[in-house]
Ligand binder design. Structure first.
Ligand code: ASP
Length: 352
């Protein structure tokens, strides 16, 4: 890829027929959209996301080409998923904890201002990514949790709502019924069982034509988690990380395994040492495997969980890797589409 890419090359291929973004269309903007540099661009603009983020990368990329701020672009992108009741891994409609309560986690970093914000175990607010952005923008702190995070959001005009959709409630009730054959909840017959996707999250990272970078990760966390459990998503350096001089990275999958290696930070550090985004993601996954306790490894030594990393660098190069074959979403200037991740192992761990 050439170091410098012409603006015309992108304008020709990208869907930019949309009206220019206006500051008032973006809640709590980091800055109003600004005209793009007139001639040569410092970076190839790009938006990368987990596989559930096709709409997110399209939205973020459109905003980048309208001159929006990099963090505003990724937050508006992931909000589509947070507000979608059919995505049971994020925001509204997310699967609840063991008590049937939806507790949401999110974090973000804004490269140009070197700021970070996060919320953990947030209840009743559909868009935790936006609340994390408010922590980043308006406070001297980085991480608010639980009741305090909710009160903070309400002060900025967010509405408290019941986040448990009928679908998510049903899935939770089935889980509880089948948890233990000797408890007081009667097991639900196999035929009525529902397939549960136990994990899910959205991470989105973007680079503007000026080479400014941001990242955000938002999730309802592991389904049926112990109430109060906070995963990797809201942890700066684990769920996502941005260094505006280098790049950004983020993660989805088993959060506990990511936290121990500070995976997003580590991936950015690998890129700092000149690794390409995909190689950096793979290297981080190798570290995860090294630090995995035996109970989480199959007899063949492979992890019995899934974990994915996504990364972009300062030039707009991007990539993703997972333990097992998977996919991720990216808008590279031509189109938003799903691509295959690089991976460590061909097949999932054998069961004992
Ligand atoms: N990483 C999220 C967590 O551990 C879950 C996921 O991505 O599936 O909370």
């Amino acid at each position: 890829m050439s170091e410098q890419l012409s603006r015309r090359e992108f304008l020709a291929s990208a869907a930019v027929g949309v009206a220019a973004a206006r500051a008032r269309d973006i809640p709590f903007p980091m800055r109003p959209p600004q005209p793009l540099p007139p001639s040569r661009w410092a970076a190839k603009p790009v938006a990368v996301s987990s596989a559930n983020g096709l709409r997110a990368v399209q939205k973020a990329f459109d905003m980048l080409l309208q001159g929006a701020d990099t963090l505003d672009a990724v937050i508006e992108g992931v909000k589509i998923q947070e507000l979608d009741p059919n995505d049971d891994s994020v925001g509204y409609g997310g699967l609840p904890n063991a008590d049937g309560v939806v507790q949401l986690d999110a974090s973000c970093m804004h490269g140009p201002s070197k700021r970070a914000g996060a919320v953990g175990a947030l209840e009743g607010i559909k868009t935790p990514s936006e609340v994390a952005k408010l922590v980043l923008k308006y406070t001297n702190h980085i991480f608010l949790v639980g009741e305090g995070a909710k009160r903070f959001a309400l002060q900025y005009g967010f509405k408290e709502e019941d986040l448990l959709t009928p679908h998510a409630r049903e899935v939770w009730l089935h889980w509880r019924a089948n948890l233990n054959p000797t408890d007081d909840y009667l097991d639900v017959p196999e035929t009525q069982d529902m397939s549960v996707r136990p994990t899910g999250t959205i991470n989105c990272d973007a680079v503007t034509p000026q080479g400014d970078i941001s990242s955000v990760t938002t999730t309802s966390g592991l389904a049926f988690k112990i109430p109060g459990r906070v995963g990797d998503s809201p942890i700066i350096g684990a769920g996502q990380y941005t260094d505006n001089d280098v790049g950004a990275a983020g993660s989805t999958g088993r959060g506990e395994s990511n936290i121990k290696v500070c995976g997003a930070f580590l991936t950015v550090e690998f890129m700092r040492r000149s690794m390409k985004p995909t190689d950096a993601c793979l290297e981080t996954l190798k570290r995860v495997v090294q630090l995995t306790e035996p109970r989480l490894l199959g007899p063949d030594g492979k992890p019995k969980f899934s974990l994915n990393f996504y990364a972009v660098n300062k030039r707009g190069e991007f990539g993703a890797a997972s333990l097992y074959p998977g996919s991720y979403a990216a808008h590279d200037g031509k189109e938003a589409k799903l691509r295959d991740t690089a991976y460590l192992y061909e097949r999932p761990a054998a069961s004992r």
